[in-house]
Design a protein around this ligand. Structure first.
Ligand code: FAD
Length: 599
């Protein structure tokens, strides 16, 4: 439906034309999390025509397709001793016990069933010789519980989910960029977006909004994501709407990113999947030393990601790195046929770059990979704003201070299902709310800002300012951090914010328009990371402070970040609940991987 603003609903005459779309549920994001939530809604009896799934890219083109190594679930295919309680215990140990144990339990309990469901839906899992779903080692897990499809697991999952969504006639709209959620202060009313193909504005009128818009790690200069994904849209949209962010300081640096000086700038930071180490890959410094023997003699390369990333960063900083600024990762002791079968995408990628993984090592260094923080939600995935839910990489709580590899894909499908069930219940109980004009009034205020932004003729290039944000986060909240860095980072944010008030932007279909919107989100998220990191005077998991190198028992707390009444952020803390008896028993049993069984 096309409409022009009416005089009553508009505050000025220059409100542009916009289309209004009414749906009971708007799902923002069509990666694994958004797709799984939409499928569950239909499974629970919601009419697909009451839903709309949107993404800022084409259908099937979400960041999930880049996930490589696998998805966790205690199937016990190869290690029958494994079960969900041990999976939960490993997750809490890796999260340094500031995860939300209830959410961890939800994910780990549901995963075996959800893996079997994906299998029934036709996902191309790699198989054991007996035809069961195969499972591989991933770092810091007590048993082989990472199911996989070669090293293209994310692509296989998303293909499966998109095809299931299409079978259920779930409507999808491509290339719409959401720049604002609309609320009445307590409840969500909808969202405002720009169609990037046509430049037209769209106002979504929805009783429920599910934010499944991904994470925030491409806001770091060296990152494993696509540059224009994982730009922090989910947390920033939720924060602007009045929801609370949690644990934003915890950013996981994956130990093995490709090294730009060796493979070209385009490849800098791109992921070399943990599966390479899971399948026996070994790390060497430039002196030929297998240095993990010094840092983690028992678990070696399969220790937790933060431990391995810090070890590599130290080797490089102390002059034992390669001339290109990395270390060597070597799996050439495995047969070529094994590498081709278990790591096909990695093998092909390096072959195209002229490197034969079956003959020689590759060069790697840490890269920003996953934001454990995100939107604070309750057990059903709902935020403090009624009707606004957050799932997948946008939500916080499952991973604590560090994420186990393979657990984020697990979280996407588990919380997709949880939220689908909760929203279906809500819709069955809820009567339509009356339209009192609040949505259009508030949407139009934002539309006027968008009109002012498009074609603005200022001094500063939004893409250049985004790059400045990326550099400052890498330099001031990287693998090793301290108070002076946080203060310097916050000052740099202030400067960029001032420059961002004077942008040179093209029309609504231009890249600079999208960059300008991203910049607004990036400033919110960067500020939340810096302030939360400054608030935590200890080291824990991925948050390593050189000025506070110890973990402090009293800081077994989450940091909450919320908009204050006069616009500036408020920080507070909350203590996670205790795990259930069953999970505590698994924690007490002290399971851990016997690394030497891999040799
Ligand atoms: C290189 C790489 C490898 C990985 N490998 C693994 C692995 O092996 N195992 C594992 O468990 N995890 C892995 N991860 C992490 C995992 O891929 C992600 O956490 C997960 O896919 C996130 O899914 P999601 O559905 O939450 O978000 P995404 O897949 O990022 O989807 C986000 C969706 O939101 C849309 N969107 C975003 N912003 C807006 C906006 N403003 N307006 C409209 N739409 C918007 C996007 O278009 C997209 O549709 C990997 C991550 C990377 C970067």
């Amino acid at each position: 439906m096309k409409q022009t603003a009416t005089p009553e609903s508009s505050l000025s005459a220059d409100v542009p034309e916009y289309e209004t779309i009414e749906r009971r549920v708007l799902v923002i994001g069509a990666g694994a999390a958004g797709a799984r939530a939409a499928i569950e809604l239909v499974e629970q009896g919601i009419d697909p025509d009451d839903l709309l799934v949107i993404g800022k890219r084409g259908h099937g083109d979400a960041h999930t397709t880049w996930a490589r190594g696998g998805i966790n679930g205690a199937l016990g295919t190869l290690d029958p001793e494994d079960d969900w309680t041990v999976h939960a215990a490993d997750t809490l140990n890796e999260g340094h016990h500031i995860n939300d144990p209830g959410k961890v339990e939800t994910v780990t309990k549901r995963m075996p069933g959800l893996l079997r469901e994906l299998d029934e839906w036709g996902m191309s899992f790699s198989r054991t010789p007996d035809g069961d779903i195969d499972q591989r080692y991933f770092g810091a897990q007590s048993f082989r519980r990472t199911a996989f499809a070669g090293d293209y697991t994310g692509e296989a999952i998303l293909n499966t989910l998109v095809s299931q969504a299409q079978d259920r006639s779930i409507p999808y709209r491509e290339n719409v960029f959401i720049s604002r959620l609309i609320t009445d202060g307590d409840r969500v009313l909808g969202a405002v977006g720009t169609d990037l193909d046509t430049g037209e504005f769209v106002v979504f009128d929805a009783e429920v909004v599910i934010l499944a818009a991904g994470g925030y790690t491409s806001l770091y200069r060296r990152h494993s994501s696509r540059d224009d994904e994982n730009t922090g849209d989910g947390p920033a949209l939720a924060y602007q709407a009045g929801a609370t962010l949690m644990d934003m300081e915890f950013v996981q640096f994956h130990p093995t990113g490709m090294v730009g000086d060796r493979y070209g700038e385009l490849w800098d930071g791109r992921l070399v999947t943990e599966a390479v180490r899971g399948e026996g890959g070994q790390l060497f410094n430039a002196e030929g030393e297998r240095f993990m023997e010094r840092y983690s003699p028992d678990q070696m390369e399969l220790d937790a990601r933060d431990v391995v990333a810090r070890a590599i960063a130290k080797e490089i900083a102390e002059g034992r790195g390669t001339e290109h600024g990395g270390v060597f990762l070597d799996i050439s002791h495995r047969d070529r046929s094994f590498i081709e079968a278990r790591l096909p995408r990695m093998y092909e990628r390096f072959a195209e770059l002229g490197v034969d993984m079956a003959e020689e090592p590759v060069e790697v260094a840490p890269t920003a990979h996953y934001g454990m923080g995100g939107v604070h939600v309750d057990d059903n995935g709902e935020t403090a704003i009624a009707g606004l839910y957050a799932i997948g990489e946008t939500m916080a709580g499952v991973h604590g201070a560090n994420r186990l590899g393979g657990n984020s894909l697990a979280e996407t499908v588990a919380y997709g299902q949880v939220v689908g069930e909760a929203v279906a219940d809500r819709l069955q109980a809820q009567v339509d709310r009356p339209d009192d004009g609040t949505l259009s009034q508030r949407a139009e205020l934002h539309l006027r800002d968008l009109v002012t932004l498009a074609n603005s003729d200022g001094e500063n290039d939004p893409e250049a300012l985004l790059k400045m944000v990326r550099s400052l986060l890498w330099e001031q909240t990287g693998i090793l951090r301290d108070e002076a860095g946080f203060e310097a980072g916050l000052r740099r944010i202030d400067t960029i914010r001032t420059q961002a008030a004077d942008l040179a932007v093209g029309d609504e279909q231009s890249r600079s328009y999208e960059f300008a919107l991203n910049l607004g989100f990036a400033l919110i998220v960067a500020d939340s990371i810096l302030r939360s990191a400054r608030e935590r005077p200890e080291s824990r998991g991925a948050h390593f402070r050189t000025d506070y190198p110890e973990t402090e028992a009293e800081w077994q707390r989450n940091i909450l970040f919320q908009r204050g009444s006069i616009g500036s952020p408020n920080l507070s803390t909350a203590t996670p609940e205790a795990p259930s008896e069953a999970v505590q028993k698994a924690l007490d049993a002290g399971y851990e991987l016997d690394y030497h069984q891999l040799e």
